[in-house]
Design a protein around this ligand. Structure first.
Ligand code: DC
Length: 234
């Protein structure tokens, strides 16, 4: 796997961590655009490995036994673009394939495996080697970039996060049955992400928490950009 500019650190790294649906990825992408930094969506890497395993037909029960060497051989790659990174699986770029229900349902089972986290750690760090990066995920500020200049932890009420997920998927947020199901799915993923032994979802001690429940998207982006400017220009 290869990624990143490979240059010595030349600028700040901004981390945005938080639970599913807290608005991390969309906020990180917009913040990166305003600052002229690259955006790293680390969840997409976990999704790419999940997609590769599903395509290889490996049964879920066998995932815990998979070695790092096997994972490296799945040919998951990242290529820098002007604004971020394109993810490649098996020699072809992937995008919408990473967000299918099947991948979403399987990904947190994969994310708790030590071999998987070791395999992706180096790739993510190389993406940050040139600095000027906004990285979002679950352990960006705690494990992958513990020395990041700016760390943000986004939270939002589970009902609001479920509502956003339904909107993203073009489904009616007013459907109470769908909403209840989505709340259950998100709560389940929160539990798996925060209770796993390795790199659990948690706020870094030096992260700044922003609750996005009642925030308008632009306010959310402005709040992060203002914090980055305050901490990196002083
Ligand atoms: O943010 P997302 O929904 O695309 O993340 C997909 C899964 O990957 C989610 O279950 C948590 C996991 N993940 C992780 O464990 N560590 C990260 N840095 C990013 C994502």
């Amino acid at each position: 796997m290869t990624a990143g500019s490979g240059a010595a650190s030349e600028g700040p790294i901004v981390t945005l961590d938080g639970p599913a649906g807290s608005g991390k990825s969309s906020t990180a992408k917009a913040v990166a655009r305003v600052l002229g930094y690259r955006h790293l969506d680390s969840g997409a890497l976990y999704r790419a490995l999940t997609l590769a395993l599903l395509r290889a037909g490996i049964a879920l029960d066998d995932w815990p036994e998979i070695s790092e060497e096997f994972l490296l051989g799945l040919d998951v790659d990242m290529r820098p673009t002007e604004q971020g990174f394109t993810i490649w699986v098996g020699g072809a770029p992937v995008d919408t394939e990473l967000r299918t229900q099947e991948v979403t349902e399987h990904v947190s089972h994969l994310a708790r495996l030590p071999a998987v986290r070791r395999c992706l750690l180096d790739l993510q760090r190389r993406a940050g080697s040139g600095g000027r990066l906004v990285a979002d995920g679950r352990d960006m500020g705690t494990v992958v970039f513990p020395d990041a200049e700016v760390k943000i932890y986004l939270v939002a009420d589970v009902k609001e996060r479920a509502r956003r997920r339904l909107l993203e998927q073009g489904r009616a947020e007013s459907d109470q049955v769908e909403l209840a199901l989505q709340i259950e799915t998100i709560a389940d993923r929160d539990r798996r992400d925060s209770q796993r032994d390795i790199s659990p979802l948690r706020k870094a001690a030096d992260a700044h928490e922003i609750d996005t429940t009642g925030l308008d998207f632009q306010d959310q982006v402005d709040a992060v950009v203002a914090r980055v400017r305050r901490l990196t220009l002083s």
